[in-house]
Write a new protein. Structure first.
Length: 167
């Protein structure tokens, strides 16, 4: 990679690091796994950056690469029958969350998101990152109608889960 490409890549990564952190926190349940997944995602982004042609938004490309690596890693772990440590997912860097919200509600929400299947987890993650249904459809390869329907069902699932966990 040329020096100018390196600087561009680092700039893109810096601008989108919160996205990568969210994906890592949703798909890895403990600190060592989070560090490994973060390294894997950044490495794959680094390798594939020179091939990015601008056919999609840079954020769409970044989501696709990061989510593919996260899902590939999860499948690999599931296939190896590794047991994940059951803990609520927290985001360590307070600059990426609204600190005015009650921390326990955030932990509760991420705990419920963890229970979703991988596709629904991806959809809600994109939704929480203010992506439009069109962008979510483009990133996931689903139709816009399917995304809308799934989002409605996912929100209901999360409500039910949070009510159960609060009791």
């Amino acid at each position: 990679m040329k020096k100018t490409e390196e600087r561009e890549f680092l700039s893109v990564l810096e601008q989108n690091i919160s996205t990568v952190i969210k994906i890592v926190n949703v798909y890895a349940q403990n600190t060592p796994d989070r560090k490994d997944l973060m390294s894997d995602i950044v490495f794959e982004l680094w390798k594939s950056y020179p091939k990015f042609r601008g056919g999609a938004k840079i954020s769409t490309w970044l989501y696709r690469v990061a989510l593919n690596i996260a899902l590939k890693t999860k499948r690999k772990r599931d296939n190896n029958k590794l047991l994940f440590v059951e803990e609520l997912i927290t985001i360590d860097d307070s600059t990426f969350i609204d600190t005015s919200n009650d921390r326990s509600n955030i932990n509760l929400l991420y705990g419920c998101i963890e229970e979703l299947n991988p596709v629904n987890k991806t959809i809600i993650l994109l939704y929480l990152d203010d992506k439009s249904n069109e962008e979510i459809a483009e990133i996931t390869g689903l139709s816009r109608t399917n995304v809308s329907t799934r989002l409605s069902r996912i929100r209901e699932q999360l409500k039910v889960c949070m009510i159960k966990k609060e009791k």
